[in-house]
Design a protein around this ligand. Sequence first.
Ligand SMILES: O=C(O)CCC(=O)C1=CC=C[C@@H](O)[C@@H]1C(=O)O
Ligand SMILES: [Mg+2]
Length: 334
Amino acid sequence: MSPVSGPRPELAELLAAARVVSVPMRVRFRGILHREALLIPGPAGWGEFSPFPEYDDVEAAPWLAAALEAAGEGYPEPVRDSVPVNGTVPAVGVEQVEAVLARFGAVPAVKVKVAERGQTVAEDLARVAEVRRLLPDAGIRVDANGGWDVPTAVGALEALAEAGLEYAEQPVPDIAGLRAVRLELARRGIPVLVAADESVRKETDPLRVAREDAADLIVVKVAPLGGVRRALEIVAAAGLPAVVSSALDTSVGIRAGVALAASLPELPYACGLGTLSLMSGDVSGELMLPDGGALAVRDVPVSGELLERWAASPEVTQWWLDRLGRVYGQLAER
Ligand SMILES: O=C(O)CCC(=O)C1=CC=C[C@@H](O)[C@@H]1C(=O)O
Ligand SMILES: [Mg+2]
């Protein structure tokens, strides 16, 4: 296998060089039990292409642009040499919270998933209270992934605010709803900031949320936004504080997130880049796992042996190669 040649290599080169892995999760996260990723080697390093399976080819295109940036160009100059990282607690039962947190070590902040389908606000409150009990001084943010409607969000956040929240990520699905939640929280004097995630990364216009004053801050992820350079431009144009987060990537994708966090002029919040702790394996022997609540800015060597160990089945590999071919076609049209 030879590395692909430049920023926009030929499709045939990409298909020949790509490797596909499937890594089991330690805990179910957004319904996922195995994380699949296609990795591409290039002159600047490895790139990761791992849009979630349900994404169509148009939504997957920026993920490929990000992978090609990593492999072909590498990253801009960092302005810091390490980035603070938050722990991430999936929508697990209270009894599992301590074990999940233990995997992250000492972290300055924790993100807690809430509003999981089939669960109640009472379960969310209990999960957040348990995090607060275990880590009295940590920043806590919640992420509803758009799972509430406006009244439920306001009610839940009023109750959750007791634990002291840094912000609530995507409490409702749409931009108008985010704005409504933000206004209602302010009207009731509930001290919770609203962050937009899906309303940035899944919108055709990632700046709409900022223009419409619908959030206090934005969550930015390298792959869905089309690369580190594009994400930097979006943050600058949005003019809002930004939180860098992962897309549940292998160390290769986490490295890209670290590059973004390390290049932002301001980094007011810990980054959601500790998610390798939720996975049972990786493609690097030097995992991008937080140490002392931070990730160092460094390159990630990819191990041939680990690519073999986690190699996806021939069927899954073919599915990803077909997808790569189709999405490459989308990119060419952009
Ligand atoms: O931000 C974190 O702490 C971890 C990353 C994380 O929560 C996510 C990663 C990948 C997919 C998303 O559904 C999810 C998110 O909504 O932010
Ligand atoms: Mg989110």
